[in-house]
Design a protein around this ligand. Structure first.
Ligand code: AMP
Ligand code: GLY
Length: 449
């Protein structure tokens, strides 16, 4: 990447943010990307490929990201150090991967300094960080979702269960590392979950519980960009949350994804945009928390139409990986337009017609107690043009070897003319990686095949 001129201040007023127009002006952006997972490796891969970028720095990054750009060892929750880094590199744009940075107010601090940020403020990120906030918001704006109640005391929460039959859905209000949702098969189990959460198992995140109607149907992830006013659909994917084949085992952060998802038809996407995304973006703006970033809607395709399961204030991981593989357009103009309120000036993104798939290689014991430290080899070989390997939880040991350093460790992604071909390419690549301790699902994409 060559250094060009800095992007001028006042870019906000520039009508034409297309890559060709920006490049013609000789601009070269400085971008700070925040995060360290497979999602951020995929984002760094796509951002680094943009002709608009002069300098890309990722904090903290990972060994895979370090092969693409500069990295700095700053925690995603260290807001002040991240802000200082953004200033140091004269960032034209900060792209925030994980919700933990948003929850701590990184976007708010950057806004105070006038640094464009892709990622919502603390208040807007409540769409992810508070399930009670989101359920009340959906009620105020007539967004289709499960019936619910919010409680701070166990007695009324348990009494509210009377209105439902098993399975019962009990959720901690706040972020609980993916463990805050209990689908209880019996009343006793539901009541125990209520006691557990209100009893302090998740600290402040469990100070309130949400009890919900149980919805049935297939789940899919829908993504939309918003700059606070305008919204634009930005891809679909389907995740596999359970740890083991056949959707068995504990819930995880996601063991694999594919895109597109035949079940989410254009008509259903349009319905979700009209009934969920548009009123959410308008409602957040009207309530004084304009939403700037990517809105990730977890949908349940119920017999009575799509309903919202939850919102996240970030790209899904590993949904982002397949979206980046399929995105034909340059990502950077979209990130910048979201951060500067100019999304209405961009056309809808273009996607490759091919299907993309991501298979997660996880450490033994994931998700409950991942065992880290085992050596992984073979990631650096040439897997061919249609395969991308993203690091999700690796570290470079002192002896130069690559080791497992997290629960989800490596993402093996591939593109093919259809899902069958993409899947064959991905599993061929998985077979070439030498990591006997790791495990993965062998049935990613089964629903669509
Ligand atoms: P959440 O963290 O809210 O997305 O919940 C995690 C998972 O629990 C979802 O992906 C669904 O599989 C399931 N789930 C959450 N809420 C409901 C609900 N109201 N009905 C049925 N399943 C649910
Ligand atoms: N893959 C699910 C998530 O990112 O929340």
């Amino acid at each position: 990447m060559s250094r060009g001129q800095r992007v001028p201040q006042g870019l906000v007023d520039q009508p034409d943010l297309t890559p060709a127009a920006v490049q013609a002006k000789g601009w070269a952006m400085n971008i700070l990307l925040v995060g360290s997972g497979g999602r951020e490796h995929a984002l760094a891969w796509k951002i680094a490929a943009s002709p608009l970028v002069g300098r890309l720095v990722t904090a903290p990054g990972n060994p895979g990201i370090a092969a693409l750009c500069e990295t700095r060892p700053i925690k995603v929750t260290d807001v002040e150090a991240l802000v200082a880094l953004a200033q140091e590199i004269a960032a034209d744009l900060v792209v925030v991967g994980p919700e933990s940075a948003l929850e701590r107010g990184l976007a708010d601090r950057l806004a105070e300094l006038g640094i464009p940020c892709f990622g919502p403020t603390q208040a807007a990120a409540q769409l992810e960080t508070s399930k009670a906030f989101t359920k009340d918001f959906t009620a105020r704006h007539n967004i289709p979702t499960a019936a619910y109640g919010v409680f701070e005391a166990a007695g009324p929460a348990k009494a509210f269960l009377d209105g439902f039959t098993a399975p019962y859905v009990v959720k901690a209000d706040g972020l609980a590392a993916g463990k805050g949702v209990v689908i209880a098969e019996s009343r006793a189990e539901a009541e125990a979950a209520i006691d557990d959460m209100l009893g302090g198992r998740f600290g402040q995140a469990g100070a309130r519980v949400v009890i919900e109607e149980f919805m049935t149907g297939e789940e899919a992830s829908l993504f939309a960009l918003s700059d606070g006013q305008a919204a634009m659909l930005f891809g679909v994917a389907q995740d596999h949350k359970r740890a083991f084949d056949g959707d068995r085992g504990p819930n995880t952060g996601g063991m694999g994804t594919y895109s597109p998802t035949p079940i989410l038809t254009p008509a259903l996407m349009a319905e979700a945009e009209q009934k969920m995304i548009a009123p959410t973006v308008a409602g957040m703006a009207a309530e004084g928390h304009p939403y700037r970033g990517v809105l990730y809607a977890g949908l349940m395709l119920t017999p009575t139409g799509p309903k919202l399961v939850e919102y996240n204030a970030r790209f899904g991981d590993p949904e982002c990986q397949v979206l980046m593989l399929r995105l034909k357009s340059d990502l950077v103009p979209y990130l910048l337009a979201v951060a500067t309120g100019t999304l209405d000036q961009l056309p809808a993104p273009q996607w490759h017609d091919e299907a993309a798939i991501c298979v997660v290689l996880a450490a033994p014991g994931y998700p409950d107690a991942p065992v880290t430290g085992s050596v992984i080899t073979g990631l650096e070989q040439d897997f061919g043009p249609d395969v991308a390997i993203f690091h999700a939880g690796t570290e470079r040991a002192a002896d130069g070897s690559l080791r497992a350093a997290g629960g989800r460790v490596v993402n093996v992604c591939a593109r093919g003319v259809d899902l069958t071909e993409a899947r064959a390419k991905a599993y061929d690549a998985v077979a070439k990686i030498d990591w006997p301790e790791g495990f993965h699902r062998t049935d990613i994409g089964w629903r669509a095949l």
